[in-house]
Design a protein around this ligand. Structure first.
Ligand SMILES: [Zn+2]
Length: 177
């Protein structure tokens, strides 16, 4: 209700005489519940089921689409993420990996921070120091305003500090294939 009230004030500044906008504040408020649902999501609730595994090589979920919003302009960030880890005794369901991405994407974000948050979360919940995250995204604040560079892709990566350079290269080769 509070967001709805404030949006109504903003809309009055933009277009004070348009009846068609009457229900817009309620719609925007509802959209925000969805866009920013990550603040209500506890990552430990998502990552709560594990399976024992002797797997000792990359487990990767690639091409995970996501939508976020930049914290500087509150406009969309639309991209694709690839996340992987080398297990240290336990694995997690693949869908949970995608939900971890959404948990952080559905907040006001900086892509750099989001990349690190996902990486550090995987290290923590999977108790492994072998994690890779690669995110490639278009930022509407770059493509639709200001410099207006359509199609410019912002790329960020996170690797666990202990991850050797051959394994980093291997991860990048797999996600780029
Ligand atoms: Zn921005």
């Amino acid at each position: 209700m509070k967001i709805e009230t404030h949006i109504r004030e903003i809309i009055k500044e933009i277009d004070p005489n348009n009846d068609g906008l009457d229900k817009t504040p309620a719609r925007i408020s509802k959209s925000y519940d969805e866009f920013f649902s990550g603040y209500k999501t506890d990552v430990s609730q998502i990552a709560n089921t594990f399976y024992d595994s002797e797997m000792n090589d990359w487990v990767i979920l690639k091409n995970i689409p996501f939508e976020s919003h930049c914290e500087h302009h509150m406009v969309p960030i639309v991209g694709v993420s690839h996340i992987g880890y080398i297990p240290n005794g336990k694995i997690i369901g693949a869908s949970k990996l995608a939900r971890i991405v959404d948990c952080f994407a559905h907040r006001l974000q900086l892509q750099e921070r989001m990349t690190m948050e996902i990486g550090k979360t995987l290290e923590l919940v999977l108790n492994t120091q072998k994690v890779g995250v690669h995110i490639e995204a278009e930022h509407f604040c770059i493509s639709h305003r200001g410099v207006k560079k359509h199609g410019a892709k912002f790329i960020t990566m996170y690797f666990s500090q202990e991850l050797k350079s051959e394994l980093r290269k291997e991860f990048l080769t797999i996600v780029a294939a």
